[in-house]
Design a protein around this ligand. Structure first.
Ligand SMILES: [Zn+2]
Length: 411
């Protein structure tokens, strides 16, 4: 209860520039002595400071309090197959420092089309800790004012225990990641699925801000989603909610990374598009990308550009992938009934040939006329945005009620 009251006070202070103890009593409906005790504790912890005096309503002028949002920091990291993106933010999720570190040879996963091969976590733990230490040293941040570290990665992770159930990038199964990193850094750590981190970013500073029900479709090397219901990120019992990329669209279909066939991801990811385009060219279908195929390509960006320049095969392959993406998204939309659908991920720059087909399939397949009320748009993403999302996950934990907190290594 004490922690819950403390977070209530912090959340009220977060929304205001400065307020008095009496304002806090009115806003929180807590008693005067309770507010005073919490404020004394927050000041002692360096989270709140007194900033001058407000208007008196008779008697002594009250001192004003503010959250020291710029003097306290959180760190967000996105672990991808080739690099670690890191962003340090203040308590309003404003970035104060960022860096991207390539993973050393031997730690990096195989290329985007190759098989992941690493089961060992120690080298990645080492690289993640080194990235945080380097950021602290380079930014000059006060280590004691770093309130937590968020780490986003692909797969199913349990934020509460720090356990990674499955990470396809590195072929990890049931490995403990949060605890060793928290111990090494001496800082609280929260793990998060990367689609969820991106969704937290949309919630904190993107177009999902203030929207109670929305989904983020994350389309790139894989296909996933983040779901916000009643203003809360929905993680599910095992942190595996939102895996709409593994909804099967029928008994037939291409092989998926999960071991099954015919999943949305197996039809509609960037890899699937490149695979299908290569297969068609190798079977003799004419395309302006024949040369790129001969030299091991193309990239998804090249397929998008070729489609824009009139290459019919590229247009067709992108449209079929978009159609299948839309069929999967329609199922998700029917379950969640979102007001907003954001399409994000590395695949977004490949653009309209794919997402136009996706929107048409969504309009055709969703239940009972909800589509006209859904706002749909796409947003590109880069490493720093993923990492800032991971920082937002930490902030979400810090400001949530204690029953929902999942930072590994207590504050
Ligand atoms: Zn699958």
């Amino acid at each position: 209860m004490a922690d819950m009251n403390r977070n209530l006070v912090v959340n009220v202070l977060r929304a205001e520039t400065a307020m008095s103890r009496a304002d806090l009593v009115r806003a929180t409906h807590l008693s005067g002595p309770t507010v005073s005790a919490i404020v004394t504790d927050l000041v002692a912890r360096g989270l709140v400071e007194e900033v001058g005096q407000g208007q008196s309503s008779g008697g002594r002028r009250p001192s004003l309090l503010r959250l020291k949002d710029d003097a306290n920091h959180v760190v967000g990291l996105k672990l991808s197959g080739q690099s670690i993106s890191l962003v340090m933010t203040d308590l309003r999720a404003e970035p104060v420092y960022s860096q991207v570190t390539p993973l050393p040879e031997g730690v990096a996963a195989a290329g985007p089309l190759g098989r992941p091969s690493r089961r060992e976590t120690a080298p990645a733990v080492e690289s993640l800790c080194a990235a945080v230490e380097a950021a602290i040293a380079s930014s000059g941040a006060d280590r004691s004012r770093i309130l937590g570290v968020g780490i986003a990665l692909a797969g199913a992770v349990d934020a509460t225990s720090g356990l990674c159930h499955f990470c396809p990038t590195f072929d990890w199964h049931e490995v403990q990641l949060g605890q060793p990193i928290a111990e090494r850094l001496g800082l609280p750590v929260v793990l998060e699925n990367d689609s969820n981190a991106l969704t937290a970013a949309e919630q904190w500073f993107g177009s999902g801000h203030g929207v109670d029900h929305f989904v983020v479709l994350v389309v790139g090397a894989g296909v996933g989603a983040g779901i916000v219901v009643n203003g809360q990120l929905h993680r599910g019992a095992d942190g595996a909610a939102g895996e709409f990329g593994h909804i099967r669209l029928g008994d037939d279909g291409p092989q998926c990374s999960c071991g099954k066939t015919g999943c949305v991801e197996a039809w509609a990811s960037d890899r699937a598009i490149v695979r299908d385009l290569r297969a068609a060219v190798e079977a003799g279908v004419p395309s302006s990308l024949a040369q790129a195929v001969a030299s091991g390509g193309p990239t998804i960006a090249e397929v998008g550009a070729a489609a824009d320049s009139g290459d019919e095969l590229s247009q067709k392959v992108l449209a079929r992938a978009g159609e299948q993406l839309g069929r999967g998204a329609a199922a998700l939309i029917d379950v969640v009934n979102p007001r907003l659908v954001i399409v994000s991920g590395e695949g977004v720059p490949a653009g309209e040939w794919r997402f136009g087909a996706m929107r048409r399939a969504i309009a055709r397949e969703t239940f009972g006329g909800i589509v006209p009320r859904i706002v749909m748009h796409s947003e590109p993403v880069d490493g720093p945005k993923w990492a800032r999302g991971a920082a937002c996950v930490v902030l979400g934990e810090l400001f949530s009620t204690p029953t929902k907190q999942s930072l590994v290594g207590a504050m």
